[in-house]
Design a protein around this ligand. Structure first.
Ligand code: ZN
Ligand code: ZN
Length: 398
């Protein structure tokens, strides 16, 4: 992994006091509860406005009128991790004043949306949702959102291109793949900031060379004595301390999609995060987080741990390193709950469903795919034939 975290903390690192500014979230959320859904009515024809990824505005699907989403002027706030471990009612809220929630019977994912959007099919497993939507439960309010930037049409084009470029895919895939309806979903993520201090114990290995004597038979069949340099390692016990500031360690808070596929959707342009306001939800769905704030931090510690091991290795120095033990303490931990946009689709091929997702900021496609057993078989055969040919051409000389 590239070194994406700075070794020095910014000034000052996040405070851990309970009075973390939530102005960004509240100034975005509270006016919506005053004026309610009226805010999303088209002033021209009264239809419901939807968030439009192309212009980044609310747009009427009928008469085309657009409304600019007012800039709250707030910044996306960091919150104290400790203050939210047992969130109070004041720290929880609805994604929108009239937010509804359904639980999929197929996969258990909880999806939040607001009228006129309907439950329809589960965006994660494609099963039609029959449960009645209920009023959404409050959740830890998102502090930031990356709005949809790639339109549904662009995402469909990206998927078609992706399918056409798949290696070892069955030839019929291009003609027969039937994409199911595509749904725009905001996925829940946590990001964590933390100052870390790590004490380690280990050993530093230093190379040295010894001269070794050996005998060899020369071309005349005579025994000759020669010497050579042999590399050895001498180990020295060592211990020390490394410190690093981590900024925005990103952890997916959904378990409905494979984590490795989600990770592969990186990079996300997190500096472009906007303070969450309910307007962004208009015409889209959002998933309720399935990974708790605490469990997310455990995953974030694993991510930080890899970087810390690299730091310890550098700190030990020498030619080789052994790490016996690392004890890390975390301080000034803060987090953000953010929503990131993906287009979810599935395509059917020979009665199997393959899940595909598109990063709605970059158009990057990740997904499941069928393999053609025949194409792989012939490719392996071809490689084997080439290797055998090389053996015949060059290998027999010896
Ligand atoms: Zn209209
Ligand atoms: Zn489902």
């Amino acid at each position: 992994m590239p070194n994406e975290y700075s070794a020095v903390p910014p000034l000052p690192p996040a405070q851990s006091g309970p009075a973390v500014g939530q102005s960004g979230m509240q100034s975005g959320a509270s006016p919506a509860s005053d004026t309610g859904p009226r805010r999303y009515r088209c002033p021209g024809c009264g239809a419901s406005l939807e968030y439009n990824p192309v212009g980044g505005v609310l747009k009427c699907p009928y008469c085309g009128r657009t409304e600019v989403i007012p800039d709250s002027g707030a910044s996306v706030d960091e919150r104290s991790y400790e203050a939210y471990l047992q969130p109070s009612a004041a720290q929880m809220s609805l994604l929108a004043a009239n937010a509804l929630e359904v639980t999929c019977q197929g996969c258990g994912a909880k999806t939040v949306f607001e009228p006129p959007e309907v439950a329809g099919r589960c965006p994660f497993c494609g099963v039609p949702i029959v449960a009645q939507p209920i009023t959404a439960d409050p959740l830890v309010t998102p502090s930031g959102v990356l709005p949809f930037h790639v339109s549904q049409q662009q995402a469909q084009t990206s998927i078609r291109t992706w399918i056409s470029r798949l290696w070892f895919a069955p030839n019929a895939l291009k003609e027969q793949a039937q994409p199911t309806a595509m749904q725009g979903v905001y996925l829940p993520f946590w990001t964590y900031d933390s100052q870390t201090t790590s004490f380690y114990r280990g050993e530093r290995g230093e190379h040295y060379y010894e001269t070794e004597t050996y005998t060899e038979t020369d071309s005349n069949g005579k025994q000759v004595t020669k010497t050579r340099q042999v590399q050895k390692t001498r180990w020295y016990p060592c211990s020390g301390r490394v410190a690093r500031w981590f900024d925005d360690v990103l952890i997916a808070a959904t378990t409905s999609l494979q984590r490795n596929r989600l990770d592969a959707l990186d990079p996300w342009d997190l500096p472009a995060l906007k303070p969450y306001t309910p307007e962004f939800l208009a015409g889209f769905k959002a998933q309720r987080y399935q990974v708790s704030l605490q469990d997310g931090f455990t995953l974030a510690k694993d991510v930080m741990g890899q970087q810390i091991r690299t730091d310890v290795t550098h700190d030990i120095g020498g030619d080789e390193q052994r790490i016996h033990d690392i004890q890390t303490s975390y301080s000034g931990v803060s987090f953000k709950h953010i929503l990131l946009p993906v287009w979810l689709s599935a395509y059917r091929y020979q009665n199997k469903v393959f899940q595909v997702m598109v990063n709605a900021r970059t158009g990057e496609v990740q997904g499941d795919r069928p393999y053609s057993a025949w194409k792989i078989f012939f490719a392996v055969l071809l490689v084997a034939a080439v290797l055998f040919g090389l053996y015949l051409a060059f290998g027999q000389g010896h």
